[in-house]
Write a protein that binds this ligand. Structure first.
Ligand code: FES
Ligand code: FES
Length: 155
């Protein structure tokens, strides 16, 4: 028997049914259609499924959908302002911080959460913010360049 929950995603209120064992990542992707939330390791190791839940970045593969009842979520689809990309998104493009792109939504969400908390992050702040995100392509240097550029543009 499914549970009915109500939650907000990117400012939109949704009411939907889910099984008690359904992971939040699956609920977001398969029921609500937020395919920008990526599924990779499914064990909380890689960060591809990162979303912001009530202001904090979380790995949505290790959160039950039922635990998001009443929560306010932000996915990568909710970060741009209309046609204007978030500064982190634009900086990833401008610095070439994307290769295959599978990890990118998770990094963007983690870094947006960081820049919401602090406008001038230190290298340690950035390392800590993306310590749960794995990228197999870029070597990370350009991702750090992107955060620097975004922080400069936002200050
Ligand atoms: S898919 Fe969730 S942390 Fe890897
Ligand atoms: S760009 Fe391919 S895994 Fe990060």
């Amino acid at each position: 028997m499914g549970l009915e929950i109500k939650l907000t995603v990117n400012g939109n209120t949704h009411t939907a049914e889910l099984e008690p064992s359904t992971a939040l990542v699956d609920f977001l992707r398969d029921t609500l259609g937020y395919k920008g939330v990526k599924l990779c390791c499914n064990t909380g190791e890689c960060g591809a499924c990162t979303i912001i839940m009530d202001g904090k970045p979380v790995n949505s593969c290790v959160v039950l959908g039922a635990d998001a009842a009443g929560a306010d979520l932000v996915t990568v689809e909710g970060i741009a302002d209309g046609d204007e990309l978030h500064p982190v998104q634009q900086a990833f493009i401008d610095t070439g911080a994307v290769q295959c792109g599978y990890c990118t939504p998770g990094f963007i969400v983690s870094l947006k959460a960081l820049l919401d908390r602090t406008k001038s992050p230190t290298a340690e702040d950035v390392e800590e913010a993306i310590s749960g995100n794995i990228c197999r392509c870029t070597g990370y240097t350009k991702i750090f360049d992107a955060v620097d550029l975004a922080a400069k543009r936002m200050s």
